[in-house]
Ligand binder design. Structure first.
Ligand code: F6R
Ligand code: MG
Ligand code: MG
Length: 374
């Protein structure tokens, strides 16, 4: 059966690390697989895959219930709860960490897990990449998503393919003020960069085609999870470790144009204690296990073809390729360079970003020691 509409949902959470904050224990993956298998049998899901990136358990699901479906979000919550039981039994580190609310009440947003979802009318062939990051924040996607959809030095198609020459529209969220703005490229490229260069505040949430594109202008072609754990919890819990879904080819960036930005391991914030700048290292899933200084931050890219019935044909572990060896090598050089700054900025994040870490607990104690300078 060819489906008219399919929803792709990627929902992830850190519900326990093995050991420390490094990776997901295989039993958590198995437990989530059991829960989602039942949901596939009973027809809630069309298909699913359980992945891992660092200490984050990743549920990749297709279904026909649209975004923000109570059934699908409830299912993800139950999978995380079940896996948390296992994490507790094994004594994994931070068991249940990202499940910040006690009971599910209709939508998983604002409860701790990160969510990227899009409902699409599948094209004749639908290539999709899901990205999974660990030890960093949603703004880490700003640079690569901008480059995929708006930088002609990255995406040759913006210049030479008439189907994408008109550019794209970016939905940008101000995550402090909870506002959003839509910006159009190439016309507003400089304005867009003025915002998203400040990646701890302005984050790309979605990308849309423009009118006249083969894909309907209201259908996203990329979406990023923007949940901020500290805003939900009111205190430092861990970094948000965002995910994204990006569609490719045929009037959209080609697969290679979607991956190209990650050949440069740009600096992102997160890493040790969510408090440091470091390079984002593209790795295959088997290497997405932060070790050195709880890092460096990692990104995994899983490639899929969505079948006309909505099955997830994949994954293909896209960074499992020597073409990204140089990026990994560069990331290691930058890791060394940054580490040598120890507790100094700009390795350590600037004070305004440290507000949401454990540092204020230390600075608070020194407050009374200060005397006025005449
Ligand atoms: C980063 C992260 C880790 C922890 C660090 C300290 O996102 O989760 O770097 O912040 O391992 O963890 P605690 O305070 O739990 O010992
Ligand atoms: Mg963790
Ligand atoms: Mg994590």
């Amino acid at each position: 059966m060819t489906r008219e509409k399919i929803t792709i949902s990627v929902i992830k959470a850190d519900i326990g690390g093995w050991p420390g904050h490094s990776r997901v224990h295989p039993q958590l993956v198995e437990t989530a697989e059991e829960v989602l298998s039942k949901a596939k049998e009973d027809g809630t899901l069309i298909d699913f895959y359980v992945a891992q990136a660092g200490d984050d358990l990743q549920l990749i699901m297709t279904h026909d219930m649209g975004v923000d479906s109570e059934e699908v979000h409830g299912l993800a919550w139950r999978a995380f709860e079940k896996a948390t039981e296992v994490a507790k039994r094994l004594g994994l580190y931070g068991a249940g960490q990202d499940l910040l609310k006690d009971a599910f009440s209709g939508n998983i947003r604002g409860m701790g897990p990160g969510i990227a979802e899009m409902e699409i009318k599948p094209r004749k062939s639908e290539p999709v990449v899901t990205f999974h990051m660990d030890k960093t924040e949603p703004g880490a996607f700003n640079l690569p998503i901008f480059r995929m959809f708006a930088d002609p030095f990255n995406t040759a198609g913006l210049v030479i393919d008439p189907a994408m020459h008109m550019g794209f529209r970016f939905e940008v969220w101000d995550i402090m003020e909870h506002k959003r703005v839509i910006m159009s490229t190439p016309e507003e490229t400089y304005d867009l960069l003025a915002l998203i260069g400040a990646k701890s505040r302005y984050v790309i949430k979605r990308v849309y085609p423009k009118k006249g594109h083969k894909i309907d202008e209201n259908e996203p072609v990329a979406v990023v999870s923007t949940e901020k754990l500290y805003q939900i919890a009111g205190e430092y819990i861990g970094k948000d470790d965002p995910v994204a879904i990006v569609r490719a080819q045929s009037g959209l960036p080609a697969l290679g144009e979607v991956l190209e930005p990650f050949a440069f391991p740009h600096l992102v914030s997160g890493w040790m204690r969510g408090s440091h700048n470091g390079p984002l290292m593209p790795v295959p899933m088997r290497q997405a296990n932060p070790t050195r200084f709880d890092g460096p931050p990692r990104v995994v890219a899983l490639g899929w073809q969505i079948s006309p019935e909505g099955e997830l044909v994949g994954p293909v572990d896209l960074f499992d390729d020597p073409a990204f060896d140089w990026a990994r090598q560069k990331a290691l050089e930058v890791t060394d360079y940054m580490r040598r700054h120890g507790p100094f900025e700009p390795h350590r994040l600037p004070l305004e970003d440290m507000e949401y870490t454990t540092l204020p607990g230390v600075l608070g104690k020194l407050k009374d020691r200060f005397e006025k300078i005449e």
